[in-house]
Every structure is written in C-alpha cells, then in structure tokens.
Design a protein around this ligand. Structure first.
Ligand SMILES: [Zn+2]
Length: 500
C-alpha cells in the first residue's frame, strides 16, 4: 500500500464562464473528485478546489451582446458551474471565482512578488488585432489571413505591455520535469512538454493596456494596464487558500487535474511564476484528453454537443460518473456515445454490480434471515482481494482511474463467478455449513467492492455499505471485518433497468 500522505490538495482547471458547462469539464471535475475521495478514504487531510475563470475580452463581448455588464454575465453563469458540481455529487471544499475580491487581492500580491525579484518588465508587444473582435487574434485563428468571424484582415498593433521573464526559468523547469520532482502524467505528455522546455521557453506577455482589455484585474500601481490571463487565472490555485494557515497546510498542490490543451501553461508559465515568487511547486500535473460525441468532434454547428445536465437528469449522477471514469481512458481521448452509455449501464452497473448485490443480499435474507454468518476466509478469494487493492492503489498513484475502476469490475466478476460455482441454492438443500461459508465470503466481497467503488460512484457505494451495516467505513482493507450476527439489509435495486 502506498504511504499515507499527511495532506492532499487537488485542483481542476477553472472553467471559462462565457458559455454553459460542457461534458469535458464535467469529466475533469469528476476525475478530480475521484482522486479527492480516494485520498479521503485513506484518511488523508484533503482539500479539493474547483472554480470559474471570469475575466477577459470574450466575457466582455458576450456581456455587451446581451446588454449586461461583464460582472452580471459572470454572476449569471458561474452558478451553473456550481450547480454542475452539486449535481455530480462533488466533494469540493471550495469554489473560487476569479472576479471575487479574495482572488483579485491574491493575484495582485503574486504580481508584486514577481516585480520585486525583477521578473516583470515593460516592452513592445506586436500582435494582429481584429477590430470586429476587439481582440488580438493569433495566426491560428485566421483563415486566408482574415478573421473568419468578420472576414477582415486584422491590423498590426504595437502596444506597450508588461512581460514575465519566463525564459529565465526554462532550464530549471525542464529539470523539475525530467527528474519527476514535478510529475507529469501520462509519460507521453511528460516527454512532449519536456521537449518544449528543453527548446527554451520565451518570455510571455503578461498584461494589456486598458484600451484593449477592460475586464480584468488591474496591474498593481499601473492603472493603464490590466493583467492578461496568466497571472489572473493560474494564480487561483494559490489565491483560493487565502494565505495564512490554510496556505501553509495545503500548498503546494499535490495534483493539478487539467486538459491536454493547457499543459504548456501549467507546466511552463505557472511553474515559472511559482519559481519567481519563491513558492513551492506542485507535485503533479494530471492531464486528461478530449471527449468526442458519437465519434465526432463536438461542435455547436454540428449540433452534437453533450449537455451534462441532460444526461445526469436522464441517467442519474452515478452512471454518468461511472461512464466518464471507466469508459473514457483517463489520460487519452475518448468517445461519448448514447448506445455505448446504455450498454455500459446494463452490463456493468445493472448486471455486474447491481445484480450481484441484490442476489447476495436476497440469499442472506432467505437463508440466514439477514444475519451475517460466522467469519470465514477462503484463501483464494482473500488473496485476490488483496491483489486487487494493491493494483487499485498503484493505478491511483499514476492517475489511471480507468484501470483502478477495472480492478473493481474484475472483483465483482469474480464474486459473480463464485456464486455460479458454489450454487448456494443447492447448498441450501444439502450443506448448510458450506452455505454459511459461501455467503460470508460473498458478503465480505461486497464490502470490499463497495469501498473500492466509493471514489467512483459514492452515492451507490454508500447505499451498499449501509445495507452491509458498514456505513461510512471506506478503508478497512483486511479480510473479515463483517462481524457474525451483524444485520444485513437490502439496498433495493441499485441500478433499475431503463427503457430508452
Ligand atoms: Zn474578428
């Protein structure tokens, strides 16, 4: 078993409130929640942060379109993300909004630290500016040299910005990643970002004049400049801890869970900022992939975006969590398909887990009046359970949640096989003594399965543990914790069949 950590601080990227939450963000917060719960179950002191990114030109423009102020738009959309967290049964301890006073104060403090060490300087910034967008556009955004939105060539604008001396930290960052002092999962992403850092990171533009960016955090002691996204958004991981005791206790983060598109900013800019501010760096960055819909890239124009609220309403929270954690490879791209969702619900949840629970509890009720028989250890089974826990822990250590979940699945398959091989209904007729042993082994298996499932599908796992008389016990790894004479109830159908 991996060593227990004294504390575990896990974060997600903050979601941009320009639009409603999408399924990719749902997956990210579920992954972080799964990690948080796993470490809670081990008795560690966990702090779990998620939140929203509320500044920038796009918010400003969208607000204008709806004749609102940017703050009004942020206040309207941020609660949707908080609702999603609630609907997904997230165990987050805090929710940070970047337009909040505590965040703005903290971001300004970090900025000042970078100024103190001389890592912020003023220089000319050259960029392509689209008047229609009222924003800088990159070469990548352009189609035939024109802004596709406005069918207009952008102007070359030169303005004065503050820059952050990221280049100064390139070699140091590369070494942190190479040595795994900053662990990037998976290995392929580590190598990719390591190559970028070894090539040398360039200084980054860190602010914009008020005339090109109004909606943001003012640069300390320069009212004509607004912080660009880096110092504003990335600093949330620190500002949410609000200095003092909480900061001392939880910083550095143990895991930043993010999407592959923003790895460069987290492994590059963010680490550079922390080194400059002389703050400890995070232990790991856990990088997930993207979700396609029915095999295609999700886009509004294709009309194939998946609304997380819709699927939660249709299937319930736990089936959605299970699909996103078990069917989508944790660190790679995956697909959301309605047919696959239904198939997984039926085969994994209703059959492999749900049926097993109902069957074993029903047999305990029928043959033993719902009372746990005398403790018994079947060495083959208890060894399989021990091995499953070992692998489960190993996979959690390297952010492979899917593989960890597969270990639980296999244990349930083993329990189902144990029922089929031992045929308790026949033992009931001719071998009561063996029947008691078989039922005890099965009940213990259920207990281990329920504990292992808790980080993935907490509501269901809690129901399972309640019906086994072990409510709230998530880390009793030994064999034989169920006591003879204990009362076992019924969980009811955990995953009722659905007609879709
Ligand atoms: Zn434009």
């Amino acid at each position: 078993m991996p060593k227990k950590k004294s504390k575990f601080y896990v974060t997600t990227a903050i979601a941009y409130v320009n639009a409603a939450p999408h399924i990719g963000f749902a997956m990210e917060i579920i992954q972080a929640d799964c990690l948080a719960r796993y470490h809670r179950a081990r008795g560690e002191d966990v702090w779990f942060l998620t939140g929203t990114d509320e500044h920038g030109t796009k918010i400003q423009q969208t607000a204008k379109k709806f004749e609102m102020t940017p703050q009004e738009l942020a206040d309207k959309n941020a609660p949707l993300f908080e609702k999603l967290a609630k609907d997904l049964n997230l165990s987050n301890d805090d929710f940070i909004r970047t337009s909040s006073a505590r965040h703005k104060k903290g971001a300004a403090e970090i900025w000042k630290k970078l100024v103190e060490v001389g890592d912020i300087y003023k220089a000319e910034y050259k960029g392509h500016y689209c008047v229609g967008c009222e924003a800088f556009v990159t070469e990548k955004d352009l189609v035939n040299g024109k802004c596709p939105e406005h069918d207009k060539e952008p102007e070359l604008v030169i303005e004065e910005n503050y820059f952050f001396k990221l280049s100064k930290y390139s070699a140091q960052i590369a070494e942190l990643i190479r040595s795994d002092e900053l662990r990037v999962w998976p290995e392929a992403r580590k190598n990719e970002i390591l190559a970028v850092c070894e090539d040398g990171l360039t200084d980054v533009s860190f602010s914009r004049p008020v005339k090109t960016l109004e909606w943001g955090i003012p640069v300390p002691e320069d009212e004509n400049q607004i912080m660009y996204v880096w110092c504003d958004a990335l600093s949330n991981y620190v500002t949410a801890l609000e200095g003092g005791e909480k900061f001392k206790k939880y910083w550095p983060a143990d895991a930043h869970v993010i999407g592959k598109g923003i790895l460069r900013f987290h492994a590059g800019v963010w680490i550079g900022m922390l080194l400059s501010a002389k703050l400890p760096i995070p232990k790991s960055i856990c990088v997930h992939g993207y979700i396609t819909s029915e095999g295609q890239k999700m886009s509004k124009s294709l009309g194939n975006t998946v609304d997380p609220f819709g699927i939660i309403e249709e299937w319930g929270c736990d089936p959605v969590r299970y699909y996103l954690l078990k069917e989508i490879p944790t660190m790679d791209d995956g697909d959301f398909s309605r047919d696959r969702f239904k198939a997984v619900y039926d085969s994994d949840l209703a059959n492999n887990f749900g049926n097993l629970f109902s069957r074993v509890l029903a047999m305990t009720a029928k043959y033993f009046e719902g009372v746990v028989p005398a403790s018994y250890e079947d060495k083959n089974v208890s060894e399989a359970v021990g091995q499953a826990w070992d692998k489960y822990d190993e996979y959690f250590e390297c952010f492979d949640l899917k593989k960890a979940c597969e270990e639980v699945y296999k244990l349930a398959a083993l329990a189902n096989q144990y029922v089929d091989e031992n045929k308790p209904w026949e033992l009931a007729k001719n071998d009561k003594e063996k029947l008691a042993k078989v039922i005890y082994v099965l009940l213990e298996l259920l207990r281990h399965i329920a504990m292992m499932l808790w980080p993935f599908i907490p509501e269901t796992a809690d129901k399972m543990l309640v019906s086994l008389g072990h409510a709230g016990v998530y880390r009793a790894y030994e064999w034989g914790m169920l006591k003879e004479g204990g009362k076992v109830g019924s969980a009811g159908p955990l995953f009722p069949r659905k007609q879709v």
